[in-house]
Design a protein around this ligand. Structure first.
Ligand code: IVH
Length: 673
C-alpha cells in the first residue's frame, strides 16, 4: 500500500502538534514510540519519493519529542582520555618523536560526546562519554538544544558515520545561558563547563542554540587514502560539522613534521596561551596529535589514553582585584570556612567574587588583609585562590586579620588539624555525627572524619537516624578526597558496625545525641535515672535537676536539647526519636533486670586511676554502672573504692590518706567478675 501525500501531510501535522505540545511542556499527545514510528514513515516516504523531499524538513531536523528514550549506550570503541604532559620539555620530547605531521588543537573545556549519523545523514544518536565504555543516551536533549556545529542532518554522501568531540559553551553564549537560567529561576552556573553539563543533562529547549560542538575524531565509510587526520577533519568541515582544529581560525593547526618544526609548535603553544582570553571559547590547554595514520599506528595506544596524542595544560588564569572582606562561617561539617571576599573580577571564564582562605594558618602566613590588592587564580572547577598579596599597595590603615577566637557559640575550636573545627554539635551536622560515632558514643569503627564529612557533604546524612538508612551502594560509592571512593569492603564493615550500634547501651545512645552540656558521664547518669527514651522525654526540668551533677540551669538546657534533637520532625519527616525507633535502635529498656541491691558494686562510688586491662575509660565506667556502682573521677571522702596499681599519683596518696579502700585492676575485675 502506498501512502498518499494527504496521508503524509496528516501524519506530519499530527506529529507537529505532538511536538508543539511537548515543547510547551503541557501535555504528551503521543508516546515516544508512536512518534518515532511516525517519523520513520516520513523518512521512508522521502527516501522513495523525491517529490516529498524538503516537505517535512521542519519535523525531521528540529524534532525532539519522541526521540530516543535515553538510557545507557555502550560505545563501540572506548572513549579514552589524553595523557597530560607537564612542562615544555615534555612537549618537546613528544613532538620531536614524530617524524610526520603534527596536528595542533585547542583542548576544549567542555564535555566529550559521541554522535552517530545514519546512512540518510540524520543525526541518530548522541551519547555522553560516561565512564569511557558506556555513556548516557542524550539524543533527545541534543536535538532539543540545536547544538551549533552538530547538524541534525548532513549530506550522506560524505559517509560520516560517527563523530567524537566536545560540547562546550562559548564565552558569548555563556552570558546568554546565565540570563536564561535566571529567567528560569535557577542559581547561576558556576562556569561554562558546568553550564554545558547542566544544559546537556536537562535538554531544556529554553537553552536552544546556546551550546556548541567541535569534533576531534570521526569514523568515515571511506577514510581518506592519505591516512591523515587533518583530511578527515576537512571532510567534517565540508559537512558543516565544526572541528576543534577549525576553531583556531588564522592560527597554525598543523606542521609538516614534528621532528623538524618543533619551534613552530612551541610558538603555537605559547600563542594560544596568550590569546586564551580573546578566542571566545573555553580551553584549558592545547592538544598535540600525530596526524598521520602510520605514526599513530607506530606509537600505539596505552591503557587509558593513546600514545599518539598529548594534552598540555595551561596554568590557571590569574586576575588582580581587591579584598573587601574576610568572613568566616562554620559549615555543616563543622569546619571553619574562611572566605576572602573580593571586588568582582572576570577570571577563568567566570565572574569571581570570593576566593578561599584555605585555613587559618594559610591566611595568617600570607597576611591577607581587608583592603589588600591580591592576585587570584582560578583553574577548572577549583575554587579561586589567592596567589599573592601586593603589600606595596596596602592601605596605611590596614590591620592584620585575626581568626575568630571561639566558635559562634563561644566554644573552643578543635585545632588538631590545619582545618579548625567546631566540636559543638548544635553548630553542625558533621560535629554531631563525628561525636555520635566516636569511641565514647556509638563506636562505629571505620567511620572517621573523612567519611562523616563526605556523608554530610553529599547530603546522604542530615541527622543521626539517617545513618541507619545508608545502603551498601551509598557507602561504597561515597566520594572521598582525590577522586577515591570508599569502596565495598569498607562499606560492608561500616554497615556491620552500624548494625552493632543498634544495640549500643542506652547511655551511649544518649551520648550520641550530642546534647549540649551532656558528655558521656552525664549521659550515663541520665541513662541510670531514666531507663528509656520515653522516661527521658517524660522527665520535667525539675526531674532532670534532681540528677546528681545537673543543676537548674543545666536541666533546662538538657530539657530543651532533648526536644530539639529528638522531637525535630516536620510534616514531611518524622521526629528523630521515631526515625531511630524505626531504624531498630534500642532506646533504653523499661527496667534493669537484676535487683540493683545484689550487684557487687551496689551503692559504691568508684574511682579508676590508670587503666583496667581490656577496658577504655568509657567501658570501665559502663562496667561500674552495670554492676550497680557510680563512676567518679575524683577521690573524696565519699569515695568507696579506688582502682589503681600502687603508685605515687595524687589520687593514690589522697585515697590512702582518707582511708579509702584500694584495689588493683586485677582485683577489681575479680570483684565484678
Ligand atoms: S582527543 C582518545 N582532542 O579532553 C581520546 N580531546 O583528557 C581522544 N578534549 O575526554 C581525545 N579537547 O573531552 C581530544 N582537541 C581535543 C580535545 C579533547 C578537549 C577532552 C576530551 C577528552 C579529554 C581527554
Amino acid at each position: 500500500m502506498t501512502t498518499t501525500m494527504t496521508q503524509l501531510d496528516q501524519l506530519a501535522s499530527t506529529l507537529r502538534a505532538a511536538a508543539a505540545a511537548y515543547y510547551d511542556g503541557t501535555e504528551e499527545l503521543m508516546t515516544d514510540a508512536a512518534y518515532d514510528d511516525g517519523l520513520e514513515q516520513l523518512r521512508t516516504a522521502i527516501a522513495t519519493d523525491p517529490a516529498v523531499t524538503g516537505r517535512y524538513d521542519d519535523l525531521l531536523t528540529q524534532v525532539a519529542a519522541g526521540q530516543s528514550t535515553g538510557g545507557e549506550v555502550t560505545h563501540p570503541t572506548r572513549m579514552g582520555s589524553l595523557d597530560k604532559v607537564v612542562g615544555l620539555d615534555a612537549v618537546t620530547a613528544f613532538v620531536t618523536g614524530i617524524p610526520g605531521p603534527v596536528a595542533i588543537e585547542p583542548k576544549l573545556d567542555g564535555l566529550a560526546i559521541r554522535a552517530q549519523y545514519d546512512t540518510d545523514g540524520y543525526l541518530a544518536l548522541v551519547a555522553t562519554r560516561g565512564d569511557g565504555s558506556t555513556g548516557d543516551d542524550i539524543t533527545r536533549a541534543a536535538r532539543n538544544l540545536r547544538i551549533q556545529g552538530l547538524p541534525s542532518r548532513i549530506d550522506p554522501a560524505y559517509g560520516i558515520r560517527e563523530v567524537r568531540g566536545e560540547v562546550y559553551c562559548a564565552d558569548a553564549d555563556f552570558l546568554h545561558a546565565q540570563t536564561v537560567r535566571q529567567g528560569l529561576g535557577g542559581a547561576a552556573f558556576v562556569n561554562s563547563r558546568n553550564a554545558a553539563a547542566g544544559i546537556l543533562r536537562k535538554g531544556d529547549t529554553a537553552y536552544a542554540d546556546i551550546l556548541s560542538f567541535a569534533a576531534y575524531g570521526a569514523e568515515l565509510t571511506n577514510p581518506p587514502t592519505s591516512g591523515l587526520y587533518d583530511e578527515t577533519l576537512q571532510v567534517l568541515s565540508h559537512a558543516d560539522i565544526a572541528t576543534a582544529a577549525g576553531l583556531l581560525l588564522g592560527m597554525l593547526h598543523t606542521v609538516p613534521s614534528g621532528r623538524e618544526n618543533l619551534a613552530d609548535v612551541l610558538a603555537q603553544v605559547e600563542a594560544l596561551d596568550a590569546a586564551r582570553d580573546n578566542i571566545g571559547f573555553p580551553i584549558d590547554g592545547i592538544v598535540l596529535k600525530a596526524d598521520a595514520a602510520a605514526d599513530r599506528m607506530r606509537l600505539g595506544e596505552g591503557d587509558r589514553a593513546p600514545r599518539w596524542a598529548v594534552a598540555y595544560k595551561y596554568e590557571a588564569e590569574a586576575a588582580v582585584t581587591k579584598v573587601v572582606a574576610i568572613t568566616t562561617a562554620v559549615g555543616r561539617t563543622g569546619r571553619l570556612a574562611i572566605r576572602i571576599e573580593v571586588e568582582p573580577v572576570f577570571v577563568g571564564g567566570t565572574t569571581v567574587t570570593f576566593a578561599t582562605g584555605h585555613n587559618v594558618a594559610w591566611v595568617l602566613e600570607r597576611d591577607v588583609r581587608v583592603g589588600d590588592t591580591v592576585t587570584i587564580k582560578r583553574a577548572n572547577d577549583v575554587i579561586p585562590y589567592v596567589v599573592s598579596v601586593d603589600t606595596g599597595a596596602r592601605p596605611a590603615d590596614s590591620a592584620p586579620w585575626t581568626p575568630p577566637a571561639t566558635d559562634p557559640n563561644g566554644g573552643e575550636w578543635d585545632k588538631s588539624t590545619l582545618l579548625w573545627r567546631s566540636v559543638d554539635p548544635s553548630l553542625s551536622v558533621g560535629a554531631t555525627l563525628r561525636y555520635a560515632v566516636s569511641r565514647d558514643a556509638l563506636d562505629v569503627e571505620g567511620m572517621g572524619t573523612e567519611v562523616v564529612d563526605a556523608l554530610v557533604e553529599t547530603g546522604l546524612v542530615t541527622r543521626l537516624p539517617d545513618l541507619w538508612n545508608l545502603t551498601l551502594t551509598d557507602l561504597a560509592d561515597l566520594p572521598l578526597a582525590k577522586a577515591r571512593r570508599l569502596g565495598e569492603k569498607n562499606a560492608t564493615k561500616i554497615l556491620a558496625e552500624l548494625d552493632k550500634a543498634r544495640t549500643a547501651p542506652w547511655a551511649r545512645v544518649i551520648t550520641a545525641l550530642g546534647l549540649r552540656m551532656t558528655g558521656r558521664t552525664m549521659s550515663r547518669r541520665l541513662a541510670a535515672a531514666f531507663g528509656s527514651v520515653e522516661d527521658l522525654l517524660a522527665a520535667s526540668v525539675a526531674d532532670l535537676a534532681a540528677v546528681d551533677g545537673i543543676g537548674e540551669v543545666k536541666a533546662q538546657v538538657i530539657y530543651d536539647e532533648l526536644r530539639a534533637r529528638l522531637l525535630d520532625g516536620t510534616e514531611q519527616r518524622p521526629h528523630a526519636v521515631d526515625a531511630l525507633r524505626a531504624a531498630g535502635v534500642t532506646l533504653g529498656a523499661a527496667a534493669p533486670s537484676a535487683d540493683a541491691a545484689d550487684l557487687p558494686l551496689a551503692g559504691m562510688s568508684v574511682v579508676v586511676s590508670g587503666s583496667v586491662p581490656g577496658y577504655t575509660r568509657t567501658t570501665v565506667a559502663e562496667l561500674i554502672e552495670a554492676k550497680g556502682g557510680r563512676a567518679s573521677s575524683s577521690v573524696s571522702a565519699t569515695t568507696s573504692l579506688l582502682v589503681s596499681e600502687p603508685s605515687t599519683s595524687s589520687k593514690y596518696t589522697r585515697a590512702t590518706k582518707l582511708g579509702v579502700r584500694i584495689v588493683t585492676p586485677a582485683e577489681f575485675l575479680d570483684m565484678v567478675g
